[in-house]
Design a protein around this ligand. Structure first.
Ligand code: XIL
Length: 377
């Protein structure tokens, strides 16, 4: 166990984290619990990794990742604009490193993502001819999924193909290939990587209308006799507004289709927002009033975040027979994409570890959910 992850016993047990810093030096220490250990019989615990983390640039972050997580998703480096920058050119440099990193550290890799309208390379966005687009589509899936066949645990085969009302999003894929493109993507991925789990992934697909669209989409793939193993609910939620009832209904309805359910990009943001979901093309204007917690979270918000995370994990535990993985979209608050989206340059606090890599009250509340489950609460 690595020394830097020792924290005062008092803090761990009493949850009085805000007052821990000053007492840290003198108290007896114990290691902070490991999420992957605590939930090892329930579901896998994942994180998104950026290039610096894959390349093990920072020893402290690296040790924390290895201590806490048994699955990892590349935050960006397997997206088409990076891995397939030109028609006949692929760049597997960092993706290969991620596979090695996973093998070396016993961390399973969740590939993200084969088909997504966002972060597409310029050449693909400019393909007007339908046959050429079909060739790009199948070359991309065959080459990328084929390369990592047998080495990667799962693929988000298609990401975000739906609108909020459950209809198909008007993306370049729908426009060039028609609404069968989702089924075709799964057919190609299953052939290129037969032993990899294959998922459909989206945000807000716990909401009733989008959920209904998602179910229809899955049924269409299944009706075509094509393999689909699971549905990923991204889980980009907002403190105080986590839709617990819809999440529970979604777990039940998706698993009733014979699918694994996973939470693939969990973060609970605390900053003001005038819309929900995670459409990366949606933005808000910068304004100092939208960035209130530059110097840290007030206690009330810290507690709200902790309570939301606790309620979420209580729900996950209640349905652990249906949930295979919970992945956080980042290791610590400093890494979170929510510092730059939907408003640039904010200080957000959506994860379980703070910028100094210290566990937050939400972390300990999540650990408590397992202890309480054992006690039968
Ligand atoms: C985000 C990354 O975290 C950012 O670094 C990048 O600039 C934009 O994409 N839904 C997804 C993820 O499926 O791929 C997105 O990741 C967040 C929303």
């Amino acid at each position: 166990m690595i020394k830097r992850f020792f924290i005062p016993v008092l803090c761990a047990t009493s949850l009085l984290l805000s007052s821990c810093a000053s007492s840290q030096k003198n108290s007896a220490t114990q290691p902070i619990p490991s999420l992957k250990e605590i939930f090892k019989n329930d579901f896998a615990i994942g994180t998104a990794l950026n290039t610096a983390q894959i390349e093990e640039k920072d020893a402290k972050v690296d040790a924390l990742i290895k201590q806490q997580f048994n699955m990892a998703t590349p935050e960006n480096i397997m997206k088409a604009e990076i891995i397939h920058p030109q028609w006949d050119k692929y760049d597997f440099t960092v993706a290969d490193k991620m596979i090695e990193y996973g093998e070396k550290n016993n961390i399973k890799i969740n590939g993200h993502t084969l088909v997504w309208h966002s972060q597409l390379p310029a050449f693909a966005r400019n393909i007007k001819n339908v046959d050429s687009f079909k060739t790009f589509f199948s070359n991309h899936i065959n080459t990328v999924a084929g390369r990592y066949s047998g080495k990667i645990f799962s693929w988000d085969v298609v990401n975000e193909a739906l609108n909020e009302d459950g209809t198909m999003r008007k993306s370049i894929f729908l426009d060039r290939l028609g609404d069968n493109f989702v089924t075709e993507a799964f057919r190609l991925a299953a052939a290129a990587s037969p032993n990899t789990e294959l998922y459909y992934n989206d945000y807000n697909n716990e909401q009733p209308a989008k959920r209904a669209g998602c179910i229809a989409l899955v049924k269409k793939v299944q009706a075509a006799g094509v393999r689909i193993d699971g549905v990923g609910i991204q889980g980009h939620w907002h403190a105080g507004k986590v839709p617990f009832k819809d999440i529970e209904a979604s777990i039940l309805e998706y698993s009733a289709l014979g699918l694994k359910v996973m939470f693939t990009e969990v973060d609970i943001e605390v900053l003001p927002r005038n819309f929900s979901g995670a459409d990366v093309s949606q933005r808000m204007k910068e304004d100092p009033s939208l960035n209130p917690y530059v110097n840290g979270l007030p206690d009330s918000v810290q507690q709200q975040l902790a309570n939301d995370y606790a309620a979420l994990f209580n729900l996950f535990l209640k349905h652990k027979d249906k949930i295979t993985r919970v992945t956080f979209w980042g290791v610590d608050d400093g890494q979170s994409w929510l510092n730059g989206w939907p408003v640039r340059g904010r200080t957000n606090h959506p994860l379980l570890f703070d910028r100094a890599l210290q566990p937050k009250p939400a972390f300990y509340k999540v650990i408590e959910t397992k202890k309480n489950e054992k006690k039968g609460f």
